[in-house]
Design a protein around this ligand. Structure first.
Ligand code: 5CU
Length: 360
């Protein structure tokens, strides 16, 4: 049996240098007088009311040094990992810089994988702030990078979200090149929804609620704008078991069917419904930390569309002495407790990823 981790991040060394060179989000804060290095990536991380040593999170070589990734894989019984640049990818770059950085990062990820003797593959990153022709050119170049198995993407698309029709050129290229999208959140919800006491609660509100809702909104907008009616073979792997999509799919479908505005505009006719898309175009990771959520994901989709993930290097143990990560073991347990037979368990742990991502 192979265990494959399809949700595992890296900031390659060149990206780390970029973060270190910046002083606005995203950046790495380091103090010349102390060993503090903090990763400030989320919009809410850059909170001037907190001392820098409490902003964001600590960052160390586990974010960029591949030997840490391989050790983590060994400790947790993971045979192969499909690494992706972590958020916020290249979203913040100027249109002029994006394409150059995408080429550099994608070459770097491919080289890391190439040297790993079959243990690593990668998702590429798109220069989404660059002109659409540059994005399409990068998608077309990916076939020359033999360890790339799709693209990781945030939910802002080209700046207007995933239902922006300008994205059609990108979706068309991805579909034509058979590159799957790994859709991942970063921006969460507007900070006002977390209330005036949000800073007292660490990252819990943006990560536990903001991330999953961001993904759910993005996918629902794709559905409503007919992305999968136009691109029937466009495949999307959703982070965190689809946010709240599996749980809310029925409600989304019912709201569409009962919307008189949509009926008048004719948008309800001949559309593919949520269930059809969930069972034919969507894959879900198993990064949900409970059999309750995972059973919803399996029910909404099918067990042959769910894939194990860890979110490494995020969610490390809070005690440095712990070598096995409780976040990973919770997901292993959720898989065990959600599936009825060992064949399905083997599929979720690795065989689905081997098949879908064509890993050898
Ligand atoms: O802990 C976090 O902030 C994150 C993050 O930023 N990205 C991610 O993939 N997981 C956790």
């Amino acid at each position: 049996m192979s265990v494959v981790d399809i949700h595992t991040h890296v900031y390659p060394p060149s990206y780390i240098s970029l973060l270190r060179s910046r002083t606005t989000v995203p950046y790495i804060y380091s103090s010349p007088s102390s060993p503090i290095h903090r990763l400030i990536i989320l919009p809410s991380d850059d909170d001037a009311s907190l001392p820098p040593s409490l902003r964001g999170r600590p960052v160390g070589p586990e974010y960029w040094d591949i030997s840490h990734k391989l050790r983590f894989m060994d400790i947790h019984g993971i045979d192969k990992s499909v690494i992706s640049l972590a958020n916020p990818w290249l979203d913040f770059l100027s249109p002029r810089e994006g394409a150059k950085w995408a080429r550099e990062i994608n070459n770097e990820v491919n080289e890391i994988a190439e040297k790993s003797q079959g243990r690593l593959y990668g998702f590429a990153t798109l220069p989404l702030s660059a002109p659409v022709e540059d994005i399409v050119a990068e998608i077309e170049r990916l076939k020359t990078l033999s360890y790339i198995r799709g693209v990781v993407m945030g939910t802002t698309g080209l700046g207007k979200g995933m239902d922006d029709e300008t994205l059609d050129l990108v979706f068309a290229a991805l579909e034509r090149e058979s590159q799957l999208i790994f859709l991942h959140p970063h921006y969460g919800l507007p900070s006002s929804v977390y209330g005036p006491r949000a800073t007292e609660y660490g990252h819990v509100l943006p990560l536990a609620l903001g991330f999953p809702l961001e993904t759910t909104v993005a996918v629902t907008r794709m559905l409503l704008s007919g992305v999968w009616d136009r691109f029937k073979r466009l495949n999307v792997l959703l982070a965190h078991s689809g946010g709240t999509l599996p749980f809310l799919a029925g409600r989304i479908e019912s709201c569409v069917r009962h919307d008189s505005f949509l009926k008048k505009t004719g948008k309800i006719e001949n559309r593919r419904d949520v269930w059809d898309v969930l069972k034919n175009n969507v894959y879900l990771d198993a990064v949900i930390y409970s059999h309750v959520g995972l059973k919803a994901a399996i029910g909404a989709s099918t067990s042959d569309r769910i894939m194990f993930g860890t979110d490494h290097p995020f969610f490390p143990p809070l005690e440095e002495s712990e070598t096995a990560w409780p976040s990973v073991n919770t997901n292993y347990t959720a898989i065990k407790n959600s599936l009825e037979n060992s064949e399905d368990e083997t599929a979720v742990l690795g065989m689905n990823a081997m098949r879908v991502l064509n890993l050898t």
